[in-house]
Ligand binder design. Structure first.
Ligand code: HEC
Length: 241
């Protein structure tokens, strides 16, 4: 009797094992929309016999901002985060292999490759972005912007209440761009001088407000400092942070 059951169990187990060559991969909608996944996954499955089930929920692996960098879409570096296992391991290895890279770059819905397998380029750019000196940025920000903006708690009472605080502006999706170009955004051109960038104020048009002078390095530093400020909590949409 026991023997029969063992035999039965082994018979049942076999097809289950075969089916097991599969895993679930969480994929953000933005990536699905590109059509890239329909190009990528079947080619991997064809090579390895491992089936991948895309899911919007947590799976055995995920494309996103965490894990191993695997491909780049413009400025966005996509990563693969995964649990350990032969199939997820095989997928990561394949994405980083020559054949995987060629597959990634072969996706060109409009004639031009949409994804790059060169994952190092973005890493360099990121380093450049965060090299601004945040400590200097806090100091310069308080000195030169703090007259109007609440930079942090230390000048909370000295700024102009109607002017947006740095923490509030940090919630804008494009906050970085705005800080990098603040001197061309109103009201700043009327009173801001950036060394080697802006024209001197005309002598006949004295600035009505005490001018501020900043260098490009100081703007980088301020931007690096702002990156460290937690976005202001505006209520429901970002409460979870
Ligand atoms: C004399 C007052 C004053 C000073 C000094 C000042 N700002 Fe502003 N800033 C303002 C006001 C007022 C606004 C809001 C403009 C609006 O809402 O249209 C603003 C808006 C901004 C914005 C958002 C602009 C946009 O259009 O999205 C940024 C970024 C900014 N300031 C950065 C800075 C930085 C960085 C400094 C210091 C180097 C600085 N500001 C110095 C008054 C000032």
């Amino acid at each position: 009797m026991l023997k029969t059951m063992a035999l039965l169990a082994s018979l049942i187990a076999t097809p289950v094992v075969a089916q097991d060559k599969a895993f679930a991969l969480q994929i953000p909608d933005a990536l699905i929309q590109t059509g890239f996944i329909k190009h990528l996954l079947p080619r991997f499955s064809l090579k390895t016999g491992i089936r991948i089930t895309p899911t919007a929920n947590a799976g055995d692996a995920a494309f996103g901002a965490q894990g191993t960098p695997v491909f780049r879409q413009g400025d966005v570096l996509w990563h693969l985060a995964k649990t350990d296992g032969p199939h997820t391991d095989a997928f990561e290895a394949w994405l980083l292999s020559d054949i995987g890279k060629r597959t990634i770059e072969a996706f060109a819905p409009n004639g031009a490759a949409m994804f790059s397998a060169d994952i190092n380029v973005k890493a360099k750019v990121q380093v450049a972005v965060i090299t601004g000196d945040a400590v200097l940025g806090e100091k310069v920000g308080l000195q030169k912007c703090g007259r109007c903006h609440v930079v942090n708690h230390s000048n909370r009472m000295k700024a102009i209440g109607s002017t947006p605080s740095f923490a509030l502006m940090r919630t804008f999706p494009d906050w970085q761009q705005r800080f990098e170009t603040f001197f061309i955004l109103k009201p700043h051109p009327a009173f801001t001088q950036v060394a080697d960038v802006t024209e001197p104020f005309g002598s006949s048009l004295p600035s009505p407000i005490a001018p501020i002078e900043v260098t490009l390095d100081e703007i980088d530093a301020i931007t690096a400092y702002v990156a460290t400020i937690p976005p202001a909590d505006l209520g429901a949409p970002i409460q979870s942070q």
